[in-house]
Design a protein around this ligand. Structure first.
Ligand code: NAD
Length: 291
């Protein structure tokens, strides 16, 4: 069994980005600049945004964190986004989701300039991805594609079962894997909460991508020998033995499934760390122009 080491791979990618930034600076040009907008004080969101800002510093990007109070109005947030859209010193920015309930998330995503939408959530970028045009691929699916490529996992003609159909993971994942591209050309089945007899599908899969958010959902009896297993799930499970009072658990029963798999991502240390590296990659793309 080969561990798909997202921690190491993401460190490699960050190093490559840092090298590019050094080159840019050597040429006397300004460094790429990523901004993040955080509304409210959601614990997980604060952790994610903090990690993104730290990663910017590591690769030599400029970063700006805009923290807004929980009761920020939708109008005020849209004004902030407009300012970022018009700021020539900001190459890309993200609005950390989820947003407080009184703000329409879709409206916010729509207001981001697609050329600065490094999360790849704007309909223009989702459309470009669907058509196979150059775009910002949202960071989690982008990270999984990068892992498959770097570990040279054959995907052409393989049967992939993607569990989960969300806009940020399952859906783009299924599109990317079916396209004519590196780590593509697969036959893809997308499964979701209404899928019947999921086990009979996953048992046929050469590659399973579990992105549903149910801890240890994918068990050893559901996968065939030598399958490639990508675990996207991140769920905080209460655990008194941990200092934080919880542990992070994936969607795969890692212990049992790793005995059958040819390749598997651990949680933590698999898909998670890749996400931030790919966000940085998207911001470098925004700096250089995706055209
Ligand atoms: P989501 O809740 O938006 O979507 C879950 C999907 O799973 C839905 O499409 C649903 O139909 C499907 N589903 C639910 N129960 C099912 C079942 N019993 N059988 C088959 N399908 C079922 O979740 P999401 O945003 O796609 O995230 C999924 C998981 O991935 C979560 O644990 C999330 O925290 C994690 N995640 C991780 C990263 C990362 O960087 N590693 C990024 C995004 C999300």
């Amino acid at each position: 069994m080969i561990l798909l080491d997202g921690k190491k791979t993401s460190a490699d990618i960050k190093q490559e980005i840092a090298k590019s930034v050094e080159e840019i600076k050597k040429q006397g040009r300004r460094a790429p600049h990523l901004a993040a907008v955080l509304v409210g004080i959601d614990g997980a969101s604060m952790t994610y945004v903090g990690a993104k800002v730290k990663a910017c510093q590591l690769v030599g990007f400029e970063s700006t964190l805009i923290k807004l109070p929980e009761d920020t109005s939708e109008k005020a947030l849209l004004q902030q986004i407009e300012a970022l859209n018009n700021n020539p010193d900001i190459d890309g920015f993200i609005v950390q989701l989820p947003l407080p309930k009184h703000i329409d998330e879709q409206k916010v995503i729509m207001s981001i300039d697609p050329n600065k939408d490094v999360d790849g959530f704007h309909p223009v970028n989702v459309g470009r991805l669907t058509l196979g045009l150059p775009t910002f691929i949202s960071a989690t699916p982008f990270g999984i594609m990068e892992l498959l490529e770097r570990y040279e996992i054959p995907t052409s003609g393989k049967h992939v079962v993607v569990i989960g159909r969300s806009h940020i993971v399952g859906r783009p994942m299924s599109i990317l894997l079916s396209q004519k591209r590196k780590a593509g050309n697969a036959t893809v089945t997308i499964a979701h909460s209404r899928t019947k007899d999921l086990k009979s599908l996953t048992q046929q899969a050469d590659i399973v991508i579990a992105a549903l958010g149910i801890p240890e959902f994918l068990t050893a009896d559901m996968v065939k020998d030598n399958a490639v297993i990508i675990d996207v799930g991140i769920t905080r499970v209460p655990d008194d033995s941990k200092k934080k009072g919880y542990r992070i658990t994936g969607d795969v029963d890692f212990k049992a499934v790793s005995n059958k798999a040819s390749h598997i991502t651990p949680v933590p240390g698999g898909v998670g760390p890749m996400t931030i590296a790919m966000l940085l990659k998207n911001n470098l793309l925004a700096y250089n122009g995706i055209g």
